[in-house]
Write a protein that binds this ligand. Structure first.
Ligand SMILES: [Zn+2]
Length: 296
């Protein structure tokens, strides 16, 4: 997303080896041998060094004593990361380049999309990944409609002048804010909890933006290139299950039980990965249910 820029804070929620924090390649891709030798292959940036009198010092640890040529690679790695300044006490996050203070707001993202500032090809790319994702037709249609603003959420119904009593406008998951697409799926505290449980199931830690296209693109790029297909299916599955549960809450007196929704997401995805072959993933349900770690 060209209007979004990742900003490193103290590196707590960014994987040192597996996130794209230094450029288009992860450090695991750039230095595969060192990655295999690392004592902490899934660790965050923050876990790879210490603050010493206010100065950050890298402290990379290895599984064995390094050979000379490997030490040369470490020097190359250090010189490529030394330009990145960690900021003590500041969380990692996304900077939205269109606002002077860099804060990301749904409103500025929405305005940018309306103004055509956001590259339309980003949205088209997202839509084409959704169509080709390993997911059932109904789930893909749901995600596609959501991306195109055609879902029957309160904001879209109001735009189509469907009369809705004031008492019905509130989000039925949190009862704190009005329901609109981006709130419901990406910034409601109830759905955000689901995304974070799924992220930890996948073994990744990351901040996710709250605009739909940016959220999708950030999510499918959480892992390595070969994980994009699986992650696109996972994203659709989360959206699909949130939407179905939201409808049960409204129409069937259902209640929002986080653990049940997460279990439904994992079970559905298990079925999808059997049907659509998403790559090398745990082959028995019990280990699948425990963790599908993208970081190994
Ligand atoms: Zn809500």
């Amino acid at each position: 997303m060209e209007n979004l820029e990742f900003q490193l804070g103290e590196g707590e929620s960014t994987s040192f080896w597996n996130h794209h924090w230094t450029g288009s390649l992860t450090l695991a891709d750039q230095f595969p041998r060192l990655f295999r030798l690392s004592n902490n292959p899934g660790g965050s940036i923050k876990s790879m060094g210490t603050w010493n009198d206010g100065v950050w010092e890298w402290n990379l640890e290895w599984r064995r004593i390094l050979l000379d040529r490997e030490k040369d690679q470490v020097s190359a790695l250090l010189s490529s990361i030394n330009n990145f300044k960690l900021v003590k006490g500041k969380p990692d996050g996304w900077k939205w380049k269109l606002l002077p203070d860099g804060c990301f707001t749904v409103k500025s993202a929405y305005k940018a999309i309306c103004d055509g500032v956001c590259a339309p090809q980003q949205k088209n790319h997202a839509l084409s990944v959704i169509w080709n994702a390993p997911a059932t037709h109904n789930a893909k249609v749901t995600a596609w409609r959501m991306m195109c603003g055609r879902m029957a959420t309160i904001d879209n119904l109001l735009k189509r002048q469907v009369p809705i009593p004031n008492s019905e406008i509130v989000c039925k998951l949190c009862y704190l804010e009005d329901e609109d697409t981006e709130h419901l799926f990406f910034s409601c505290q109830k759905s955000t909890e689901i995304w974070y449980v799924i992220l930890s199931w996948l073994g990744v830690q990351s901040a996710l933006p709250s605009s739909k296209t940016a959220h999708f693109l950030a999510f499918i790029n959480l892992g390595r290139k070969k994980d994009v297909r699986f992650l696109s299916g996972a994203w659709i599955c989360v959206v699909w299950c949130i939407w179905k549960q939201r409808n049960r809450c409204i129409f069937d007196q259902g209640s929002w039980i986080k653990e049940k929704i997460v279990a439904e997401i994992k079970s559905r995805l298990w079925g999808w990965q059997k049907t659509f072959q998403m790559g090398s993933l745990p082959s028995d349900f019990r280990s699948w249910f425990e963790a599908v770690s993208l970081v190994d």
